[in-house]
Design a protein around this ligand. Sequence first.
Ligand code: HEC
Length: 252
Amino acid sequence: MTRPPLLLSLLLPVLAQAATPAEQYTAFCASCHLPGIHGAPRVGDTAEWARRLRGGFSLVYRNAIEGVPNTAMLPLGGASLSAAEVRAVTEYMIAASALPAAALKEAARYDRLGISDRDFIRQDANYDGRLSRAELAQDPVLGRNLGRFDIDRDGALSEKEYLQAEAVLARERAAVRVDDAAIRTAVRKALAGIREIDPQYANVEVRNGVVVLKGIVSHAVVALRAGDAVKRIPGIRRIDNRLVSGDQIGWD
Ligand code: HEC
């Protein structure tokens, strides 16, 4: 017998009994999601999954497939599964968390708004699909410019208006000539304003206007806050936010 048929005959029975989502969950995801370690939402924690689903099912599926930046949640959960399989496993995790019907309805409602930008959803505190002046309170530069980008004059930014504003403000920020040392000083000053960041563990590098943030912060949310704090600083051409949560390396 030649080798390929032998290999195939060995493999076929294995391939035939494809693992169920529950089995794949146990094999690839439970290490973090069963105990809820490294910052992972614990399967069965109804309130936590309901909170995460406020921004729609599609964002949660996408986060499972693409990974969540600055966290231990790698693309596909780091597993050797296809995107479709990871989606099915995620459906299993949600089902196992026994969400009330109202929470599932809320998630489906947000999906119907057709919004996909992570940063927009994160700032849409009341999940109405628009960013109001109050929701933009943490971003005074965008707040001041609201009138410029609120094309339909409804007093808030739609996702389209928001993305347009981000693109224009980033272009304007990059067009200002500031030397790297001065950018670095401004970035360090902005980070110093964030209580949860220990400057000892947050490193700032600037080269030709490209800012690289490296280091360890207490939680993924703090990494995002750091990105928010520096993203309007004039002279910055690009921000590469590589801050990771300490959760990720098992300090919990
Ligand atoms: C090494 C630990 C680890 C493993 C293994 C892991 N995850 Fe995660 N997962 C995380 C962390 C940490 C988060 C929270 C990220 C954050 O801060 O939003 C997360 C979040 C999620 C979320 C919620 C996303 C959202 O939008 O809130 C889903 C869904 C998810 N993981 C699915 C999976 C699936 C499916 C697998 C297995 C194929 C898996 N994870 C394996 C660490 C892990």
